[in-house]
Design a protein around this ligand. Structure first.
Ligand code: CU
Length: 563
């Protein structure tokens, strides 16, 4: 039986009612906003069919072209069940090859959906059926792994309902999928970045910033600081490659002007499933007036942490519980990490209300301190455990504009821009798994050096296994089946990089022993060293890359081969 949305809602547990809260906004023949995919469910499997097209849509009343799924933008929610097989048929009705990667999902290698790594892709005007056992629970997403398609709306949310009862309760369940949208052709965006990395950065410091700094910190300091940045050929306001000068930001496919709205009754407990499906944008999330209890990170239950704000890197997910008590509208406020832009949704007792815009923060400058070991060392902490790179070379040639000779552990540092924020912001040090995992001694270490040359827009992941260095896509990083390997990431660049490993969990080494959390995407801050461990328990070639789309596309992409 095909399950209609109404039936589907009835069949979900009473605790998990997916209440949409807003209608679809029609644009030409395409519907807009969050939608639940139609499915067929038996006792053994769950079946979906997705028809992918490229169609004209209107975003903020501006005509543009996007990937649509079953005539909707963005792609619909796919809801699977732990223990049941997933069968998902993709019908590519576009004139270009495409693919779908199930982000964060543990599955057989040939179902991972990476053209050139795990399969040949889905040719134009053809079909492909994904089939895999579902062996996990949680909040995830799916997206194209072909070219720059992801920037054009080729993504959707994916929820897996657990076999066991959840360790928390809630009355409403909402997906909050964040993304960035440009009206430019993504290949033009890439060309602009290659021409001049600062192309989209309109926040460059001005002469009045200079005068302010001289007044506050003295002429000597100011000149010295400016010279340091000039020598590194970087601008301290380059926090993000691409800013709101070309982007608008969406929640569930809707702009802030379209006011995506989530309904609640005062006193209810609400689960918000945040998914960052942006091509390049990190968001800082807060709901002024409410604390958020973080209960899941990258789909995995964690010991609840109460926060006022959290930063979500590209491709990460965080689930939070909130309990709005007042009969008023609240803003779900998502400011970009560089503070060049924002988007917003309204949490309200009824439709037709828009929350008051929270006070925005000023543009972020990367301080010398935020660059870690470059200048004065941050206070070193020992939360990263035994996490030392084997070797730091003097140069990576043209591939690296700078080298971090002394990378530091920044695991309890919420990141750039939070230096003067007084309230509680989530850090990786706060993440503790609910379920204990067996502690294994790593048999081997592989260092992963993240390098960049901003001027040429070259990004690389150098690997070093104690013997050999390599950095190219075709040079496989090899591991043996079931060997425990420690990966030491060193970020030599001034940008954050969200590193994603396909097919296997990365156990974040944050000094919580058997409660170290596991993630599919790990953000590495500038100047940071950070360790994860992997079990290499899945045979095959697995994509291993930065999830900033334009970094991946220009070289920050490796393949890990488990054999
Ligand atoms: Cu990157």
């Amino acid at each position: 039986m095909l399950i209609t949305r109404r039936n589907f809602l009835k069949t979900t547990t009473s605790l998990a009612i997916l209440n949409l809260g807003y209608g679809y906004i029609p644009a030409y023949s395409v519907t807009r906003g969050f939608k639940i995919g139609e499915r067929k469910e038996t006792k053994d499997y769950i079946y979906y069919e997705l028809v992918i097209k490229k169609e004209s849509i209107k975003l903020n009343n501006k005509p543009t072209t996007a990937f649509t799924f079953n005539n909707n933008f963005p792609a619909p929610l796919i809801r699977l069940k732990e223990g049941k097989e997933a069968i998902i048929k993709i019908i590519n009705e576009t004139d270009e090859p495409t693919s779908i990667h199930w982000h964060g999902i543990i599955l057989p290698n040939e179902m991972d959906g990476v053209p050139g790594v795990t399969f040949a892709g889905i040719p134009p005007r053809s079909k492909f059926t994904y089939k895999f056992p579902v062996v996990q629970y949680g909040t995830y997403w799916y997206h194209s792994h072909t070219g720059l398609q992801e920037q054009l709306g080729h993504y959707g949310p994916l929820i897996i309902d657990p076999k066991e009862p959840e360790p928390f309760q809630y009355d409403r369940d909402y997906v909050v999928q964040l993304s960035d949208w440009t009206f430019e052709n993504p290949y033009d965006v890439l060309r602009h970045l290659k021409l001049w990395e600062g192309y989209y950065n309109y926040q460059k410091r001005t002469i009045s910033d200079f005068i302010n700094d001289v007044q506050a910190k003295g002429l000597n300091w100011t000149i010295k600081e400016r010279m340091m940045w000039a020598k590194m050929r970087m601008n301290p306001r380059d926090i993000a490659d691409i800013t709101s000068s070309t982007y608008i930001y969406l929640i569930n496919g809707l702009s802030k002007e379209e006011n995506p709205t989530f309904i609640f009754k005062p006193g209810e407990k609400i689960r918000l499933r945040f998914i960052n499906s942006s091509a390049t944008t990190y968001f800082d999330i807060r709901i002024p007036g409410l604390r958020m209890k973080v209960i899941q990170a990258d789909g995995q239950n964690i010991q609840p942490v109460e926060v006022d704000e959290f930063r979500i890197a590209v491709a990460e997910t965080y689930d939070v519980l909130i309990e709005p008590k007042e009969n008023q509208a609240y803003a779900i406020f998502a400011e970009t990490m560089d503070k060049s832009g924002y988007t917003m949704a309204t949490l309200a007792p009824k439709k037709g209300i828009k929350a008051i815009l929270p006070k925005r923060r000023s543009p972020v400058t990367r301080s010398m301190k935020a660059m870690g070991g470059m200048m004065k060392m941050n206070k070193e902490n020992n939360l990263c455990g035994n996490c030392e790179p084997m070797k730091i070379p003097d140069s990576f040639g043209v591939d690296a504009a700078m080298i971090q000779k002394k990378p530091i552990c920044r695991i309890n540092d919420p990141g750039v821009g939070f230096e003067n924020i007084k309230h509680k912001v989530l850090t990786y040090a706060d993440l503790k798994s609910i379920e204990p995992f067996k502690v294994r001694k790593p048999e081997r270490q592989i260092d992963i050096h993240l390098t960049g040359n901003m001027e040429r827009f070259i990004w690389k992941m150098y690997s070093y296994d104690g013997k050999e260095w390599s950095s190219e896509f075709h040079e496989l990083i090899k591991t043996r089946l079931n060997e425990r390997v420690r990966l030491v990431f060193i970020n030599h660049t001034m940008m954050d990089h969200p590193i994603h490993l396909h097919g296997m969990w990365m156990y974040l080494q944050n000094s919580n022993g058997e409660y170290n959390p596991r993630k599919h995407t790990i953000n590495i801050k500038p100047g940071e060293k950070l360790c994860v461990e992997i079990d290499n328990d899945a045979l095959g070639n697995w994509a291993f890359h930065c999830h900033i789309l334009y970094h991946m596309h220009t070289g920050m992409f490796r393949v890990l081969k488990v054999c």
